[in-house]
Design a protein around this ligand. Structure first.
Ligand code: FE
Length: 304
């Protein structure tokens, strides 16, 4: 077994998006090869309706998939194909923009005004960039949940893990998207196929994503409920952890436990031409997308 090293931990950056939504961006619009096949990851967590209710009014997407996972509050969505719906707590929407959609995404808080959710952008390979748009709306109840003997809790949103398979059919990049909670002090080794690029995003508590082969003598240890917790390289709330190659990751939860997303996928390794919500392979394809927007050709009408 080879434990994936931690290449980098970094805090998500406060960012403004849409019509004035305050969010935290873990990555995006920088080096698209870093976490290929993933392009962007945003954390929408906010207690102030004035900081999110303007939402994301009508905008286009082409050439990518957007994956929205809601933890609290709701997101109303509607699009140019005539789809409408509401995502609630625990629900997932996997949208394949393909050749093009126009949509709007409008967040609403829960009873106390809180809104929390995530949006991940997955790239599409050149062969699928102009595929027909598609939605997979998955209610929370359809997402398999696994509880291990030590209290570790895993929601399998996409891909297979510990013998369970999530309900979303990730059409490209063979993604795996897991929501993992680990109790205080518990140490886990979690398998991730070697061909995948992988990252974790911590959003509750903290954990050490350490290389188990590191000499324990240099670690600062702290006892939590009779269990020694490694306090080196602790990744706390709103932290991105980017992994190198290997067939597993190790994680040891901190004194309050940890909850994080563990996301991985097969790199696409193609040129990226990126303009806002449109991601193609070449500048010419970007120009064509802009022209299609101007001339009303962006969206396929009728079937096919
Ligand atoms: Fe969008």
């Amino acid at each position: 077994m080879s434990i994936r090293p931690v290449l980098e931990t970094r805090a998500a950056t406060p960012t403004m998006e849409g019509a004035g939504v305050h969010l935290h961006r873990a990555f995006g619009f920088q080096d698209p090869t870093e976490l290929d096949p993933f392009l962007l990851f945003d954390d929408f967590r906010n207690e102030h309706p004035a900081h999110y209710q303007a939402g994301f009014p009508w905008h286009p997407h082409r050439g990518i998939e957007t994956i929205t996972y809601v933890l609290s509050g709701t997101v109303d969505h509607s699009d140019s194909l005539g789809n409408t719906g509401t995502l609630g707590a625990g629900d997932v929407q996997w949208m394949t923009a393909g050749s093009g959609i126009l949509h709007q995404e409008m967040p609403h808080g829960n009873a106390t005004g809180q809104m929390h959710g995530f949006q991940l952008w997955g790239n599409l390979p050149s062969s699928l960039k102009m595929t027909d748009p598609n939605y997979q709306d998955v209610p929370s109840a359809e997402i398999p949940e696994i509880i291990d003997d030590d209290g570790t809790h895993v929601r399998v949103i996409v891909g297979s893990f510990w013998g369970r398979t999530g309900p979303v059919d990730g059409i490209a990049a063979d993604p795996q998207y897991l929501d993992i909670s680990i109790p205080a002090g518990v140490k886990k080794t979690l398998p991730i196929d070697t061909y995948r690029r992988a990252f974790a995003y911590v959003f509750e508590g903290e954990a050490a994503f350490a290389d188990a082969s590191a000499p324990t003598g240099v670690l600062l240890e702290k006892e939590v409920g009779g269990v020694e917790v490694l306090m080196r390289d602790m990744a706390g709330d709103r932290t991105l952890v980017r992994f190198g190659t290997g067939d597993s990751v190790t994680v040891q939860a901190g004194p309050e436990g940890v909850r994080f997303l563990l996301i991985s996928g097969a790199p696409i390794q193609e040129p990226v031409a990126w303009h806002g919500p449109i991601v193609m392979n070449t500048q010419e394809e970007l120009r064509q997308a802009m022209k299609d927007l101007r001339t009303g050709q962006f969206i396929k009408t009728g079937h096919g």
